[in-house]
Design a protein around this ligand. Structure first.
Ligand SMILES: Cc1cc2nc3c(=O)[nH]c(=O)nc-3n(C[C@H](O)[C@H](O)[C@H](O)COP(=O)(O)OP(=O)(O)OC[C@H]3O[C@@H](n4cnc5c(N)ncnc54)[C@H](O)[C@@H]3O)c2cc1C
Length: 485
């Protein structure tokens, strides 16, 4: 019996034959996440149904020195759930139970495979919702949201996933199970929940997640304003925030993104070079006052048309095009890269001008969608993979945009994570010492680098990364320095 066959038998004994995928053709289903440029077929896929299954599967991997990668719904856009070719992919999609709803304490406890939107659907009748709302919320999992510290249109006011997770049950890479955080806020000791959220599957696997839910606002008002340029729309967002109003959401789309959304979901947007969607929520009296101010600021920034949502149906229509924007680009281009960078909000006009110059230089179109309030850009670089060299040019252009973001004091990712895709850009943003410090934390959780190895960090450091073939002991680990952890 080969090592692989023995591994298959061990995993089947844990989660039954239906919980193991080993057929080479079936494994192809799992060879990439939402970033399809990278593809790797794992040795094996396991589909645990319980936290105990996860723990036992990780214990097997640890005992055998086999890398493993967690996967939720596979919608990640940075190759975070890309399998390891000699590793086990642990898919949490069958762990979809909402374990506890504690309305008086505003907490919901879920298994990691629960779909983001399900949490809100569960608590909506009680007047609550789960605030982080990635555009993929119909399909992405809470486990994936935790690992990526996902954001969404409404994170400007309410914060990212990290602000809405208070406790985690985690299977560590050595197979131990630990509880981090608590139901109540600010427990003593290190903030290990904070460290785990956004760690992209490199510190272990979350098997139970305690979420904070918030009360539905008394009033929501949404407007859609058309502008002659994205600069004007960006100016309006800066002025709104400078005036002391924090909108629940402030989203900009440029003309190419509008064209794509129209082609895909027909939201009936005005014919403009940019549109801005602003949503305000809170007590009715406050929202009404702020809304008048927002309308005035849009007009002062050269808005050519302002539409105010009269009811939920119209509000949903405003959002329909924005929420569908990434996929919609497929209507106007055979292939595209979704880029994700952050800039200081005030640098928006300069960045847009430079993106336009780069796009002309590379002969490729770029559609722009922004979480404008947070300065989070999503340039969508359009290309045709069948034209020789275009994919490479598109990748280069997408990379140049990231470097520009960093040069202006921003970040290489706002919400999609580093994963496989952006690990080589980490040194553009962090010094050697910064990266080593992050790696110290990683090594404390995972000294053998088994949990989602070779992601996030550009090169193996300190305790080393697992490579295909026999595990390589990094010289520093050999010298015993890893013992300090
Ligand atoms: C059309 C579209 C729109 C999107 N819009 C947004 C958006 O608005 N905002 C945003 O932030 N993102 C967005 N995304 C990206 C993506 O949906 C999010 O990153 C999401 O959180 C990924 O969840 P998932 O369940 O698909 O995770 P996966 O893709 O399966 O995994 C993502 C990462 O999480 C790790 N992971 C998964 N589960 C666990 C677990 N239980 N424990 C530890 N690690 C785990 C994986 O190893 C991987 O590193 C979008 C994606 C698409 C395709």
């Amino acid at each position: 019996m080969s090592d692989r066959e023995r591994l298959i038998e061990r995993m089947k004994s844990i989660m039954g034959p239906k919980g193991v995928v080993s057929d080479h053709e079936q494994l192809r289903t799992y060879e990439c996440d939402g970033l399809m440029n990278f593809r790797v077929r794992p040795t094996l896929v396991v589909l645990p149904e319980t936290a105990e299954h996860v723990q036992r599967a990780v214990q097997v991997c640890h005992d055998e020195g086999i890398p493993f990668v967690a996967r939720g719904s596979g919608t990640g856009l940075s190759g975070g759930a890309l399998p390891h070719e000699q590793g086990v992919l642990i898919v949490l999609a069958r762990m979809r139970e909402i374990l506890e709803v504690d309305i008086p304490n505003q907490r919901v406890v879920v298994e990691p495979g629960v779909i983001n939107l399900k949490v809100t659907q569960e608590v909506a009748p009680e007047g609550y919702y789960f605030a982080p709302d990635p555009s993929s919320q119909l399909v992405c999992s809470i486990g994936g949201n935790v690992a990526e510290n996902s954001g969404g249109a409404h994170c400007l006011k309410y914060g990212f996933t990290t602000n809405h997770v208070t406790a985690l049950e985690v299977v560590l890479p050595n197979g131990e199970m630990v509880n981090l955080g608590s139901k109540s806020p600010d427990p003593p000791g290190y903030d290990l929940v904070g460290a785990f959220v956004g760690s992209e599957g490199t510190l272990g696997i979350a098997t139970k997640i305690t979420l904070r839910i918030v009360r539905q606002p008394e009033t929501v008002q949404t407007l859609l304003a058309a502008f002659p340029s994205p600069d004007d729309a960006g100016g309006a967002v800066s002025d709104i925030i400078a005036a002391g109003t924090v909108p629940a959401a402030a989203e900009i789309m440029d003309s190419l993104a509008i064209e794509a959304a129209e082609a895909a979901v027909h939201p009936g947007y005005p014919d403009a070079d940019a549109i801005l969607i602003v949503e305000l929520d809170g007590p009715a009296a406050e929202v009404e006052h702020q809304f008048d101010e927002v309308v005035r600021i849009c007009e002062e920034n050269n808005s050519t048309e302002i539409r105010i949502a009269e009811d939920d149906a119209q509000r949903a229509l405003f959002w329909k095009g924005r929420k569908a924007a990434f996929a919609a680009v497929g209507r106007i281009s055979p292939d595209y890269f979704v880029q994700d960078g952050v800039i200081p909000r005030t640098a928006l006009p300069e960045v847009l001008r430079k993106i336009k110059q780069m796009s002309d230089q590379h002969g490729l179109r770029v559609a722009n969608v922004f979480h404008a309030g947070d300065g989070n850009l999503h340039p969508l670089v359009l290309y045709n993979g069948n034209v020789e060299g275009e994919a490479e040019r598109a990748e280069e252009l997408a990379g140049e945009i990231l470097v520009l973001c960093v040069e202006l004091g921003g970040s290489i990712t706002g919400e999609h994570g580093v994963g496989e895709e952006k690990k080589h850009y980490m040194p553009k943003m962090f010094s050697e010492d910064d990266l080593n410090t992050m790696q110290l934390l990683r090594c404390a959780f995972d000294p053998h680098a088994l949990s989602n190895p070779e992601k996030v960090f550009p090169t193996p450091r300190l305790c080393g990364e697992v490579r295909p073939g026999p595990r390589r002991i990094h010289p520093v680990e050999k010298a015993g320095l890893a013992q300090v952890f």
